[in-house]
Design a protein around this ligand. Structure first.
Ligand SMILES: [Mn+2]
Length: 302
């Protein structure tokens, strides 16, 4: 598999620490944006996350490690999906994800719009039939069809629960949906943690623990950057007020790790870079590295 060199890869690391064979972690950039939906710039998300990642410190003061040098992080060349139909693009994504999972490396996918999570999760679920999904998002993405397209980013979780047990889908940060989505959540016993309820303290005094307690022992994470408050994450197609902080996100993953659960992989999607505003791109890059640090060094969390 073709990997990116030091000037283009995640964290801008030397080839010695970013070869495919010697790395335990693989970053797969998936610049997918559906041509039938409105254009909103997520196609540039992977490139800008990689660019910003060059400024992320190798050393993490919490874990006291230089993870990238200890484990190695390979970045695959961006997938070429532009001229493909959604069906062809999803097949291409599934084939890459499958080949990487065959090597037993830890996979991080970066989008791209949220619909890429459908082929990714399909592939993970084949290998991890007991897994649950933790979705960080402002939206429940449970519409049956959006703008005439059942594979729109606004429908991704509806498509996933077509094959995945809905009671093993845990959503956190939700604060924008239609009434049919709300009814589906109740009907299918999806575990949705709404932003307003979290902020009104309606999940008890430790809402993060309630979220984590809803997960099975193997967890796949899908992270839509609009989970964050627009004040720290303006660069996304549909920013929603009353969002969450960087610390909220990392505290949830800390709690997962502390609980002994295994994170089997994750994706970060829906970054739609704004040319003059760099901090959101950096925030996304930093989030990925922080998640990896927490996941790879669980002993630092006990
Ligand atoms: Mn969203």
């Amino acid at each position: 598999m073709e990997v990116l060199g030091k000037n283009k890869n995640f964290l801008a690391i030397d080839s010695k620490f970013s070869s495919f064979n010697d790395s335990q972690i693989v970053v797969l950039p998936i610049p997918y944006e559906s041509t039938t939906s409105y254009g909103k710039g997520t196609i540039d998300g992977p490139r800008e996350i990689l660019r910003a990642s060059a400024y992320v410190e190798f050393y993490d003061e919490e874990t006291n490690k230089e993870l990238c040098f200890e484990k190695g992080i390979a970045t695959i060349k961006q997938l070429k999906l532009k001229k493909l139909s959604h069906f062809e693009a999803f097949n291409e994504i599934q084939s890459f994800v499958s080949r990487i999972l065959d090597t037993n490396k830890f996979l991080v996918c970066i989008g791209g719009e949220h619909s890429i999570t459908y082929p990714i999760v399909k592939t993970f679920y084949n290998r991890y039939p007991q897994m649950s999904i933790l979705q960080f998002d402002a939206h429940s993405d449970l519409r049956q069809v959006y703008e005439g397209n059942p594979f729109s980013h606004a429908c991704v979780m509806a498509r996933i629960i077509d094959f995945f047990p809905p009671e093993r889908l845990v959503q956190v940060g939700i604060r924008a949906q239609c009434i049919e989505e709300s009814q589906l959540i109740t009907e299918k016993s999806i575990k949705t943690f709404y932003a307003w309820k979290i902020k009104q303290n309606l999940y008890g005094n430790n809402w993060i623990k309630s979220v984590v307690d809803s997960l099975s022992s193997q967890v796949y994470i899908t992270f839509d950057v609009d989970f964050f408050d627009p004040s720290i994450m303006p660069s996304t197609g549909t920013p929603e007020p009353e969002g969450f902080t960087f610390t909220d996100a990392t505290n949830i993953v800390r709690e997962i790790v502390k609980s002994g659960r295994q994170v089997i992989g994750f994706d970060v999607v829906e970054l739609s870079p704004i040319p003059s505003i760099h901090h959101p791109n950096f925030t996304a890059a930093r989030l990925i590295y922080k998640f990896l640090n927490l996941i790879f060094y669980p002993e630092t969390q006990i």
